[in-house]
Design a protein around this ligand. Sequence first.
Ligand SMILES: [Fe+2]
Ligand SMILES: [Fe+2]
Length: 498
Amino acid sequence: MSETIDTLTEVPESVSSEKFVEVKYDDSIPNNVDLASDKQLQRALESWHPGYLNWWKDMGPDGFQDAEVYLRTAVGVDPAGWAKFGYVKMPQYRWGILLAPKVEGRTIPCGRHKGEPVWQEVPGEYRSLLRRLIVIQADTEPASVEQQRYLGKTAPSLYDMRNLFQVNVEEGRHLWAMVYLLVKHFGKDGREEAQALLERRSGQQGNPRILGAFNERTPDWLSFFMFTYFTDRDGKMQLAALAESGFDPLSRSCRFMLTEEAHHLFVGETGVGRMIEATCTAMKKAGISDPNDTAAIRALGVVDLPLLQRKANFHMSVTRDLFGSEISSNAADAFSAGLKGRFNEAGLTGDDHQLQDATYAVTRVVDGKLVVEDVPALRAINCRLLDDYIADCQGGIDRWNKVIEKAGINFRFTQPHKGFNRRIGEFGGHRISPAGELLSEAQWAAQQGGWLPNDADGAFIQSLMKPCVEPGQYASWIAPPRMGINGQPGEYEYVKIA
Ligand SMILES: [Fe+2]
Ligand SMILES: [Fe+2]
């Protein structure tokens, strides 16, 4: 799968900068949207900028603001090479506004306006719905930076620390991308929303982030890797659905964000994969073949596979809640309005992209039983995106299982039933096992410690979280990467800690 391959390369030297660099770096806000020609917009963004920097300093990576970090910065939107790599202090990162190129003749791919030319301006009748979609997407971007802010201090290597910071600065850029849309297209409301995005805080009682999973803690590196594999993948699905929007500036923003998102997914997949590799290698070396020989495995300074499964179960279930209620009239409205498509909408064949008469199979709980019901497809848009997400998760899981199989250990990672540990939608309020059995509260309470991380798991993981910051060194619980970043060796000094 392409998103698991970090294909980003340095800008080839043979490409002349005039020809290649589309982003104007002499502007205070790097951009390829000709910001200089819209003074009012430029001023609005410039006045938002100091508040953003204050937010970054308050809520961004704790303790590394003066470190020189080997980061990639977007310098164009050409798929063949859009990034350059170099040492940057994070507060000086060039957060820019980049849209993917306009597709000439693009039409609205779905809903009642299907086939009409895409909108370059906000359609008045859909203004508040569109603003809400953008605000919800925007809110997740700073939230994840906040969730991850203390992880630098326990990084298992400089390579991993650099990847964390890369993800963080790019989530910051994604916030810029959404704020640009709000400020440019939504006037005073948009400016107020842009301000509110800097004020909400992940996990804060009075003023939390909008979506539940973005208020969970990311307290350790295992959580970070699971988050980037499973929760950034929700980001991928949402961005992909918004990339189908009939509102073309949103589509173009999201298309470019997806390019960056691929690296976040890569960090998650390879992070978990390297942990599995370290565990299997240590088990083999110690002559342990039983994956449930927990005490002996943990004594080796690696994470047992059943614990990794419990962590995965937790992250999968809270991330599935991000898709919202499986049956949703808001999602139907957004689709029919042409504001948000399905995954790969324009490429889907086999229906009319309007779905007036179509149905979709939704699993529901009816009279104490799980049943599959055909419901109007328009109302099941969220369910479909969730199903596509679950399918998309499987690729990396299969690759993790290959590592275990190769080591000759009898264990396989699986995805729990869609209804497991859910709070939102069809399964909210029900207790469902990973295998998909409906349980009583008592049955759930007796067994959930085997399905979700328990207190002992948390304490063990915390005991492993010791920084490892010598170039080329890796904590016991994670294998070195196959390849460094941008062709650099594994022992490269990816972060020069000040
Ligand atoms: Fe993002
Ligand atoms: Fe991301």
